[in-house]
Design a protein. Structure first.
Length: 196
């Protein structure tokens, strides 16, 4: 029988490795999360609205939008586990119309819509790390309540820009549930126990 301390240490190492990959990758994190959790991710849009684009620091633009803010969570389709909490700022001038239409209809995640449309993009990760839940903010540095349950550890996050040309079209801030590995291991152990 494997020592439970060894199991905890192994789980911690796997968790750190996963977040090292998630926080630096400039690819689609949804694909990685679906592979890791062995289930499809579905998006639940919490809010989506047009906002005043007066803050030129957000996208490096000196004149207004239109900007759209979208707050959503990614949820495991079978487990209903909330994997990530995401805030996106969409600058419609620099987003292809077909993608903007998909975003407006709120039927799928931004990354999934980009993939479905076969669009070429460049992603630039500008900030990542870990923070306590009480320090979580949105893209305007306003406090937010992250939609995760049972938080005991610091929350991993990543902020990046998606380019469709020379100007950034979307800025995204993703918070990841710090217990993704523990959740997946629990699923695997439950399945193993049922098969015995």
């Amino acid at each position: 029988m494997i020592d439970s301390q060894f199991e905890r240490d192994t789980s911690d190492i796997l968790q750190r490795l996963l977040f090292d990959i998630l926080l630096v990758t400039d690819g689609r994190t949804t694909d990685l999360l679906e592979m890791l959790l062995n289930e499809k991710m579905i998006v639940h849009v919490i809010r989506q609205e047009q906002i005043d684009g007066e803050d030129p620091n957000l996208m490096g633009e000196s004149s207004g939008g239109p900007y759209y803010i979208r707050e959503s969570v990614l949820i495991g389709e079978k487990s209903r586990f909330v994997v990530s909490h995401n805030i996106a700022l969409v600058y419609s001038k620099h987003v292809p119309p077909a993608l903007f239409e998909k975003i407006a209809h709120q039927q799928e995640g931004i990354g999934k819509a980009i993939s479905t449309l076969g669009m070429r993009t460049f992603r630039n990760v500008v900030d990542s790390g870990f923070m306590i839940e009480a320090e979580a903010v949105d893209l305007f540095q306003q406090p937010i309540k992250i939609h995760f349950s049972n938080l005991e550890n610091k929350v991993p996050y990543k902020r990046y820009f998606i380019y469709f040309g020379s100007e950034p079209g979307i800025q995204i801030l993703e918070y990841f549930h710090p217990n993704i590995i523990g959740h997946r291991l629990q699923q695997w152990m439950t399945k193993e126990n049922k098969e015995e």
